[in-house]
Design a protein around this ligand. Structure first.
Ligand code: FES
Ligand code: FES
Length: 166
């Protein structure tokens, strides 16, 4: 098995990590840098629980090799909140009751954040489309949709670390 040294920016901090060729980004986040907010629901690109932002775009981190992320910027759910303030989508999902078991929530938050960054005022249909890759077995999605609409109405905090220009 070959190993590779990669440089990767995670939630605004530059990390240098050594990864085997077959390690996924999800495994690296959870096992190498201990960011366990990114969840492993299926390891097969089906559930969206492992969604992170890769250079500003939401991806299933179980389907991306860590070695492919050399030089990339990653934002995980741990990177959404500021020092003293939750991201509006985090506040909104709490207020709307869009969390039950919470397993899908990190992926839902990341996908919602990405949706709101490209479409600040999405319709219900656009929200459901934006979250089509994120499965939730608990909520029935209605309160999640309410949360995204609520977040869209809230005053937006500065762009997350992935979106900030260099
Ligand atoms: S764990 Fe990656 S899509 Fe399910
Ligand atoms: S809150 Fe349980 S899977 Fe979504």
């Amino acid at each position: 098995m070959a190993f590779h040294k990669i440089n990767i920016t995670i939630n605004g901090g530059l990390e240098q990590v050594v990864v085997p060729s077959n390690m996924t980004l999800m495994q690296m986040l959870r096992e190498t840098v201990a960011l366990t907010g990114t969840k492993n629901g299926c390891s097969a690109g089906e559930c969206g629980a492992c969604t992170v932002l890769l250079n500003g775009e939401p991806v299933n981190s179980c389907m991306v090799l860590a070695v492919e992320c050399d030089g990339a910027k990653i934002v995980t759910v741990e990177g959404l909140a500021g020092d003293k303030q939750l991201d509006p989508i985090q506040e909104a999902i709490i207020e709307a009751g869009g969390v039950q078991c919470g397993f899908c929530t990190p992926g839902i938050l990341i996908s919602s954040r990405a949706l709101l960054d490209r479409n600040p005022n999405p319709s219900d249909e656009e929200i459901r489309e934006g979250l089509v890759g994120n499965l939730c077995r608990c909520t029935g999605y209605m309160r999640i949709v309410v949360a995204v609409k609520k977040a869209a109405r809230m005053k937006m905090v500065p762009a997350p670390v992935s979106m900030a220009s260099d």
